[in-house]
Structures are given as structure tokens and as C-alpha cells.
Design a protein around this ligand. Structure first.
Ligand SMILES: Nc1ncnc2c1ncn2[C@@H]1O[C@H](COP(=O)(O)OP(=O)(O)OP(=O)(O)O)[C@@H](O)[C@H]1O
Length: 237
């Protein structure tokens, strides 16, 4: 068994004024693992990702990433820790239109010296690191790479967002429904490229999606309701 990357124990969380959304007795993600997390809309998947990344704090319980207890860190230390060790691929990609395509990819290296150094250990420059990742994800046409991110197709934006999450080899890559706008063949093709790049960089992948057809591609699949004791009876049905 690989070492544990993230360990949650007895974690509870409620949004202010709302009933308890999450009550997770225990959950572990291992180094190098690729896990598929599913659950109906509104069941708390994005909230859980926020807790795992240290963006949100639990009401009680323990969340350890790389053996560090996230709730015990100061807000600034948590931000730094997240920038160093976690890459995100957001549902809407969140690319920045005022940056070039390559600058979007290298952005995490502005916030994390750890990721900048790791990227530079493998490539002559950050730009080269970005170009290598983009090529690995199927984007290498020099004309396309000169375009503004607002002029890219959804599938191309998704690859830029994936390269941004992967640069500097964060131990954890979190992907929140990043394939929902693509057809089935494109989703699978994207996933295979994402897996290859995660493997090359030694990153674990936690991938959230409604699309169960992607499940068999992962090492492990789980439903949020299976680990969440606060799941409502409506979701369990
Ligand atoms: N910032 C917030 N403030 C208050 N309530 C929130 C906030 N974000 C989410 N919620 C509520 O928490 C519940 C779970 O939302 P969450 O986004 O975690 O679900 P999800 O499973 O990711 O849904 P989807 O698949 O639609 O993205 C919902 O009822 C939602 O309204």
C-alpha cells in the first residue's frame, strides 16, 4: 500500500444556518492514487474538495494532508501549503483573460516557490515547463499557443487548466467536474492524458464527476453518500 496523502477523521461541516452537510467518519487518499468521487448535485462534493484543499475549515474533526493538520495552520500558512501541494482544475476552468496562455499555466509558480523550483528542476525555464506540459496534454500548435485564452475551445481551455494544476508537480490534483462540457470520446481522451501527466509528476488525482461512465478508468470510485453519514435519505435512494 502506498503512503497516505490525505486522511480525514470524524469530520463534520455545515454551512452557516444550514443543517449538517458532511459527517465523514474516515476517508483516506493514497499517494499516486486516482480516485473518482460521485454524488448528486448539491450533495456536498465541492464542499468536501474545499475542506481537502484547506479553503474551508471543518466544524470538528481532523484533516491531514502530507501529515500536516490543515485546521491547525494559520490562514496564511494554509494558503501557502495549498499553493505548494495542491493543483485545482475548476468546473469553469477559471483561466485569466488578461494573461497569455502560457502565463496562465505558470501562474501557480508565482505563488509557490516550491512549485517554481520543482518546475525549474525539470525544465530550463517556467515557460518551457508550461510548453512541455501543454504538449503532453495535446496542445503544441505554436499558433494556437499564441491565442488569448478567450479564443480557445472548451476542450483546449480544459487542457490549459489541467497544465496549470499540474505545473510544479503538486502531490494532489483536484478536479471538479472538468469534463462536463465535453462529449464522451473527448472526456476519455482528456482523462488518459491527465492520468499520464499525473503519473509523470507523481500526483494523486481526486476527480469529481456525475458521469459514471468514466468510473472504470480510475483506481477507485466512491459515492459521497458511502462515506458521508449526513447524506439525506433522498440522496441514498
Ligand atoms: N458558499 C456557500 N454558502 C452556503 N451554502 C453553500 C455554499 N456552497 C454550497 N452551499 C450549499 O451546500 C450544499 C452542497 O453544495 P456543493 O456545491 O458542495 O454540492 P455539489 O455536490 O458539489 O453539487 P454540484 O454537483 O451541483 O456541483 C448545497 O445545498 C449548496 O447550496
Amino acid at each position: 500500500m502506498q503512503p497516505v496523502l490525505i486522511q480525514l477523521d470524524a469530520v463534520t461541516f455545515a454551512w452557516p444556518g444550514q443543517p449538517r452537510l458532511l459527517d465523514i467518519h474516515s476517508f483516506a487518499l493514497y499517494r499516486g492514487e486516482r480516485v473518482f468521487l460521485k454524488g448528486p448535485s448539491g450533495s456536498g462534493k465541492t464542499t468536501l474538495l474545499g475542506l481537502l484543499g484547506g479553503v474551508l475549515l471543518p466544524d470538528s474533526g481532523s484533516i491531514r494532508l502530507l501529515e500536516k493538520s490543515l485546521p491547525e495552520l494559520s490562514a496564511a500558512a494554509r494558503d501557502r501549503f495549498r499553493a505548494d501541494h495542491t493543483g485545482y482544475i475548476f468546473q469553469m476552468f477559471n483561466l485569466l483573460p488578461y494573461l497569455s496562455l502560457v502565463e496562465n499555466v505558470t501562474l501557480p509558480c508565482r505563488f509557490s516557490a516550491v512549485r517554481r523550483e520543482r518546475a525549474l528542476a525539470r525544465s530550463a525555464s517556467l515557460e518551457q515547463a508550461a510548453l512541455d506540459l501543454l504538449a503532453g496534454l495535446g496542445l503544441s500548435d505554436p499558433q494556437l499557443l499564441r491565442r488569448s485564452v478567450t479564443e480557445l475551445s472548451i476542450g483546449q481551455q480544459q487542457r490549459v487548466a489541467a497544465a496549470r494544476a499540474l505545473i510544479g508537480n503538486p502531490e494532489l490534483v483536484i478536479a471538479d467536474e472538468p469534463t462536463s462540457a465535453l462529449d464522451t470520446d473527448s472526456r476519455e481522451a482528456f482523462l488518459r492524458l491527465l492520468f499520464a501527466e499525473c503519473e509523470r509528476g507523481g500526483s494523486s488525482l481526486l476527480f469529481v464527476s456525475h458521469d459514471s461512465s468514466l468510473e472504470p478508468l480510475f483506481d477507485r470510485a466512491l459515492s459521497l453518500k458511502d462515506i458521508n453519514r449526513a447524506a439525506t435519505s433522498r440522496e441514498v435512494l
